[in-house]
Design a protein around this ligand. Structure first.
Ligand code: SF4
Length: 366
């Protein structure tokens, strides 16, 4: 008979942990203690939960899992400011997580699904399809893993300067976050719980490729996270090709949802735009984009595409990126060009995973 998997403690809310302790014949307050060890102290093992009786620690060790992540490989960018890690989950699936050390920020880019069902034609993850949704605990564990890593780094092992804690989370890794809504929101609530992990909800960014009804649902939440929309094209004609979900929720509907999100949350919406040579990077397309965004309090992130081997899409030249930006700024749209720091570590989503699955396709730089 197949052994049933051990429950992941990070999947449980505080109330559920209290319930579990009660089921085990322990006082319910033990649930609060375990919750604090997990979400405030970010421990990796029940052994570290020093105010619990030894027998309870042993039982937790035997019957449950604290972290579902087993590190397979990690690679650093040459400037040592980006680290990408590939993890194996207990069911054998793999996910990617990226840490970026820019200025005072310690940003972790996390995944919400194994693979992705959105099928964007320029994306390595999109080509493989969706395997499954991640649970809340699997999402939280990605942030915790790098938080632990940073704390150790502060102790001198890895020479990371302060602050040696995760300060920002961007939900922009593998998967469409809003297609895995409930676990995502449980994770956001846990990470922004001011009594434990304590991230400011203002420092959590959730990206979407444009699931309009879910943007409205997100707007109605008390937790007003920052919304980032992966746009990549200024017209329906082109976006239908690059981002197939556009056929269901075209630009007019998406822009209207962004207006509603902004009106409800008072938060600036950001738009991600991967620049691809000869596809979406001409000055008249920049003007089209500017026209589309006029009247919206927003910010545009231009990202020269991370090239994927075998893909027909190539990154735009520096000159084309500069011209594109100039048009947007001429229209008074706040624009940033995201540095391609991660490029040599396969930092486009899904690329490290693909490199490990098909090592002959993308050489790993370790
Ligand atoms: S770009 Fe994002 S939404 Fe599109 S296929 Fe890739 S992971 Fe999915």
């Amino acid at each position: 008979m197949k052994e049933s998997p051990r429950p992941l403690l990070l999947d449980l809310t505080r109330a559920e942990l209290r319930e579990l302790m009660a089921q085990w014949g322990e006082p319910a307050f033990r649930g609060d203690q375990v919750y604090t060890w997990l979400h405030k102290e970010v421990v990796a093992s029940p052994e570290e939960m020093s105010n619990l009786p030894k027998a309870l620690r042993a039982r937790l060790e035997e019957k449950t899992l604290v972290t579902p992540l087993q590190l397979i490989t990690q690679v650093d960018s040459q400037d040592k400011l980006t680290r990408k890690a590939l993890f194996r989950l207990p069911d054998g699936n793999t996910i990617e997580v990226v840490l970026m050390l820019y200025n005072e920020r310690r940003t972790v880019c996390i995944s919400t699904q194994v693979g992705c069902g959105m099928g964007c034609t320029f994306c390595a993850t999109g080509q493989g399809g969706l395997a499954r949704n991640l649970t809340a605990g699997e999402i939280i564990a990605q942030v915790h893993w790098f938080d632990r890593w940073l704390r150790q780094a502060e102790r001198g092992e890895l020479r990371v300067k302060r602050p040696a804690r995760v300060t920002n989370v961007v939900v922009m890794g593998m998967g469409e976050p809003l297609a895995n809504y409930k676990p995502l929101m449980q994770a956001v609530a846990a990470l922004s719980d001011q009594d434990t992990f304590g991230l400011s909800v203002r420092n959590i960014t959730v990206s979407t490729v444009g699931l309009v009804p879910m943007i409205d649902r997100l707007a109605a939440e008390a937790l007003a996270v920052k919304l980032a929309v992966s746009l990549h094209a200024p017209s329906n004609r082109l976006r239908n090709k690059l981002v197939p979900i556009n056929k269901t929720y075209p630009l007019e509907a998406l822009m209207a949802a962004c207006q509603r999100y902004q009106a409800k949350t008072r938060r600036r919406v950001s738009f991600e735009y991967a620049l691809m040579a000869g596809v979406n990077d001409a000055p008249d397309q920049a003007q089209q984009l500017a026209d589309l965004l006029t009247g919206l309090h927003c910010h545009v992130n231009l990202i020269p595409l991370n090239p994927t081997p075998g893909s027909p899409y190539q990154p735009s030249s520096d000159e084309d990126v500069r011209r594109f930006r100039q048009v947007l700024e001429g229209a008074h749209i706040a624009t940033t060009v995201r540095l391609r720091r991660g490029i040599e570590i396969n930092a486009g989503c899904g690329q490290l995973r693909q490199a490990v699955q098909q090592p002959d396709v993308i050489p790993l730089l370790t």
